[in-house]
Design a protein around this ligand. Sequence first.
Ligand code: FNR
Length: 368
Amino acid sequence: RMPILEQCYNLMDFEAVARRVMNKSAWAYYSSGADDEITMRENHSAYHKIWFRPRILEDVEKIDLSTTMLGTKVDIPFYVTATALGKLGNPEGEVILTRGAKKHNVIQMIPTLASCSFDEIVDAKGDDQVQWLQLYVNKDRAITKRIIEHAEKRGCKGLFITVDAPQLGRREKDMRSKYSDAGSNVQETGGDNVDRSQGAARAISSFIDPTLSWKEIPWFLSVTKMPIILKGVQRVEDVIQAIETGVQGVVLSNHGGRQLDFARSGIEVLAEVMPVLRERNWQDRIEIYVDGGIRRATDIIKALCIGATGVGIGRPFLFAMSAYGLPGVDRAMQLLKDEMEMNMRLIGCSRVDQLNPTLVDCRGLSMH
Ligand code: FNR
C-alpha cells in the first residue's frame, strides 16, 4: 500500500512515493543524472564524509533558524532551486512550489523553463514573498534582455545565470523515454524545431547559447539592478574571477549531477573555496550558495558551518509535489525545519550565525 502523507518522515520518503505514482517519462526526467550518474550519487554521499564536533552546555532552549540571503530575511537557510517542467509532476506546476514557499517564508527560484508562465508564478506569490529568476541565456540577447527587464519589473530579487550548461548533459534515462508534453510555455521559450525524440531535456534546450563567456558578464550587470549570481561554479579560481567581475554571488553546483559526470559535489568545492577566500579576507565580498544532494538538515548545517550563506534544494520538493501536491511540499519543508531545529540544539548552536568551521570535521573530504 502507498504510504499516506503522515508516514513520510524525511525527504527520501517522498522520492520513494513519487517513483511509484509518477508516469515513467516524468520520473525519468526528474530523477535522471548525466551519464553513469556518479556525480548525482556523490552529491549526497559527499555529506557522509563530514562529521560534527558539537559543543556542549550551551543554552539551546530557543532556536532561531532565520538568516539573510541577498538582502532578504528568510525563516530557514534554504531556497527552492529552479527545476524545469513542473507540470510533469503535478498538473498545476510550479505555483504549488510558490505556495509552499510562501507558507514557510523561503525563497523560490523561478526557472526559465518552467511549465507555468513566469507571470503565473509571480501572480501566485504573496505580497512580501521573494522570488529569484534562473536564467538560461538565449542566443538572441534581445530576448534575454526582455526576460531580465520583465523579471526586475515584476519584483524578482536575484538573477541566477546558469553557467554549467553550454550544452545539456546526456541523461540517458530521460532520452530513452520519448517526451510528449512539456506544457505550453516551454515550447514558446524554446522556439521552434523542438525535437521530441530524445527526451524532455533535449527538446526544450535548443535555444541555449554556448558562446556565453566571462566578457559578457559586465553587460548583465549593466542591464539590471538585481544582484547577479552565477549558478554552477565548480572551482575556486572561478569564484575569484566572479568576485573580480563584480557579481554578488555564486552557486557551487553541478546541476544536480545532470551535466558533467565526475564533477565534484558542491560541498567538496565549498571546502576548497572557503579557506582561499578567508586567506584573502574576501569571504564577505560574495555570497556563496551550494546545491545538490541536500536531503537532511544536517546537510544544510554542514554547508553553513563550512561557510555557505544558504543552500538550494531541488528534487525533494519536486517529488513531494508529485506525490502529494501542496500538502507534500508543506510537509517536506516542515520536516526540514523540525530536523534543523533539533540538530542545531544537538550541536550546541541556537543561531545560524554561530555555525562555523570548528563544528565540523572535514578530514574525510579530499579538500579540507
Ligand atoms: C534541474 N536544475 C536546473 N537548473 C537550472 O539552472 N535550470 C533548469 O532548468 C534546471 N532544471 C532542472 C530540472 C530538474 C528535474 C532537476 C532535478 C534539476 C538543477 C537544479 O537547479 C539544482 O542545481 C539541482 O536540482 C540541485 O540538486 P538536487 O537538490 O536536485 O539534488
